[in-house]
Ligand binder design. Structure first.
Ligand code: GTP
Length: 314
């Protein structure tokens, strides 16, 4: 039996309307104005607040960039993982034509910024200050649509990674081979092997074999996207080894089979003990979190109804 640990914070996932978008402009324009104070302090996800270039920010948050060709699925990933959008609803998402920044601060561990980029970023556009962006980046997620011809995406991946590495050698490069729900199991493995090989060959040809790319097979139609995002986020948590140790001690003293430390809002797991992660166990824990959230919502709604009853009502 698995144990689900985590801080139960509920979030109204439907705050998409508040999304603040930034034009593709230079450094000065990435800073936030006074509207930062509008952010809902109770919501786990705030949009358009604070960033690395914010002179009033004392806190440095890791930045996660979502990049990739048009329609590869970047916005869908962000909406499904952090806004509880159902996968089918992403069919109606409009193309992103500006950089969308979002602050995710669900807990002290899940505390970062996500920048969703429009499909085609022109690195040669003088108004696009990519040096400033890459300098403050912890992870760069490059999304490749596995159902499409991925040659152009690979060329773009190479250009993006080499540019980013020149500015900041500490970035974690994460490649999501996305939309694999449309592929058979054999095809998935073959696609991953091919993309892995080509991407690393391109780097080797450029004399940059020291750049490490991590690959994940993902889809918004199952838990793979949550698992992949969990691994991306874990790499940005300096306390990870300590957390793993604590969970190891916990399972060895409690007889529990597997322990995850979850961010309940996003269902990202921040840490787990050192036994291998079995996807089914992870899915079971995610489902249990959904049950707890559903019950909490019913209970919360009941309380609200009750408080609206006139005084003296039983
Ligand atoms: N089958 C499948 N479709 C997906 C998946 N993820 C996203 N999509 C679909 O891909 C299409 C494009 O998704 P978007 O999230 O708008 O893509 P984007 O990369 O943000 O596109 P731009 O904003 O143009 O850069 C939508 O119709 C999504 O429903 C997936 O895992 N599987």
């Amino acid at each position: 039996m698995s144990q689900v640990l985590g801080k139960p914070q509920l979030q109204d996932g439907d705050n998409d309307d508040e999304e603040e978008e930034d034009e593709l402009v230079g450094l000065a324009d990435y800073g936030d104005g006074p509207d930062s104070s509008d952010a809902d302090p109770d919501s786990g996800t705030e949009e358009g607040v604070l960033d690395f270039s914010d002179p009033f920010s004392t806190e440095v948050k890791p930045r996660i960039l979502l990049m990739g060709l048009r329609r590869s699925g970047k916005s869908s990933i962000q909406k499904v993982v952090f806004h509880k959008m159902s996968p089918n609803e992403t069919l109606f998402l409009e193309s992103t034509n500006k950089i969308c920044r979002e602050e995710v601060s669900n807990s002290s561990f899940v505390n970062f910024q996500i920048w969703d980029f429009p499909g085609q970023i022109d690195f040669f556009d003088p108004t696009f200050d990519y040096e400033m962006i890459f300098r403050g980046t912890g992870a760069l997620i490059f999304v490749i649509d596995s159902q499409d011809d991925y040659m152009e995406a690979l060329a773009r991946l190479h250009l993006t990674v080499t540019r980013a590495y020149k500015v900041n050698t500490d970035i974690n490069f994460e490649v999501f081979i996305h939309k694999v729900d449309g592929l058979s199991d054999d095809h998935k493995i073959e696609t991953q092997r091919d993309i892995h090989q080509r991407a690393n060959d391109d780097l080797a040809d450029a004399g940059l074999e020291k750049i490490h790319l991590s690959f994940y097979l993902t889809s918004i139609y199952d838990h793979s996207i949550f698992e992949a995002f969990s691994k991306v986020v874990q790499k940005l948590i300096p306390q990870l080894p300590t957390l793993e140790n604590l969970l190891n001690i916990f399972i060895s003293n409690s007889g529990i089979e597997k322990a995850f430390l979850f961010d309940v809002v996003s269902k990202i797991y921040i840490a787990t003990d050192s036994t291998p992660v079995d996807m089914q166990t992870y899915e079971l824990c995610c489902d249990m979190i959904d049950v707890v959230i559903d019950i909490s919502c019913i209970y919360g709604a009941y309380r609200l109804q009750f408080s609206l009853l006139p005084e003296g009502h039983p």
